[in-house]
Design a protein around this ligand. Sequence first.
Ligand SMILES: [Cu+2]
Length: 218
Amino acid sequence: MVAKDSVWVSPLVWLFVGLLIGTGIGYTFYQTDIAAYLPHPSSIVTETVSTSTVVPANPVVNIIVIPDWGGATYDAFIIPTNANGTIPKPATNSSSPGPNDNNITLPVDMPVRFVITNLDTALNLNFTGNVTLPFTIYNDTATGQFPVQYNTGQSVKMPVSHTFVVAATNVNIPLPPDTIITFTLTFTKPGVYMYFCTAPCGPGMGLLGYMEGYIIVA
Ligand SMILES: [Cu+2]
């Protein structure tokens, strides 16, 4: 006997309802699962990159050799960034030369490009020997300025105004008159290195602040 108020429902309908409920539950868990992998808004960290954290380009040291910088025959290595418009006190044989900060501070283990502009036209030394550190000399000619590359071991002989020598290193660079000379140095040990000129160029030779200065590697 079948109750009159009960309604017969087809098994297919039950199956359909079951599928609907199952899909709903599955979707809910799926959403929860995805949420676990998404960053919560409060966990997002905004980084501020300051200029001090930017890796700097390899430094370049500019040096100008100026004849008679501190008075007649007192030639000098000048670091333009140190000069700051200061006018050196003229030096004579009877008075001491004025101050000239031509010290150079460099980072350790970083290739540093040196660019030396020699404004002196004097010929003070016949530089001869083998190249101990590669360098490039830019000569002025009637047809323009062109580079000449010198490599380690190469024999050289040329008249120069000055030289750029760094004590306790293989740096011994000839500075011909009226040229620009470039080379790259990497100091691997912190310390203080004296640089100087070995050409007999006058009383500025061997004088701190003139043809002599310090490279401070820190
Ligand atoms: Cu010199």
